[in-house]
Design a binder for this molecule. Structure first.
Ligand SMILES: [Zn+2]
Length: 140
């Protein structure tokens, strides 16, 4: 998951926000979340994320949802711009409409899917892929 933060968010703070749904029954979808067909752009981002992480995964195994007309949506862990989960019903990524075309946000959730874990191991999220707010802005 990626926490909404307009300015800067420290890695240590991101590290504390590691609670993703893992393998239990699926949690409730955010209010108004709509199933969507992933844009073609996402496939390119998936390939780029596979490349930086050195992991491979099945893009088509992910169900994509968008929450229309919002910048953030509410979750048990506070407002989010993106949320990955792997429940007993499979992998799901929810993105806020305002960030659905944001490469960092989408690829950050993809990296959770490729690693199949919550939390943000620095090797992958920072060093290899620059998929945190902090590492992303310093890589541009
Ligand atoms: Zn995350």
């Amino acid at each position: 998951m990626l926490q909404y933060k307009p300015a800067l968010l420290s890695l240590s703070l991101l590290g504390t926000l590691a609670a993703c749904e893992m393998l239990g029954p699926p949690g409730e979808l955010p209010t108004n979340a709509q199933l969507m067909v992933a844009p073609q752009q996402y496939r390119d981002w998936w390939e780029a994320t596979e490349a930086c992480s050195g992991r491979e995964g099945d893009f088509d195994a992910i169900e994509w949802y968008v929450v229309p007309g919002v910048e953030t949506f509410e979750t048990e862990a506070g407002p989010k711009v993106g949320l990955w989960s792997h429940s007993s019903e499979g992998m799901r990524v929810v993105v806020a409409d305002g960030y659905a075309e944001n490469e960092l946000v989408v690829r950050h959730e993809m990296l959770h899917a490729l690693l199949d874990r919550g939390g943000h191991p620095e090797e992958f999220f920072a060093t290899r892929c620059n998929l945190t707010w902090e590492s992303w802005s310093s890589s541009e």
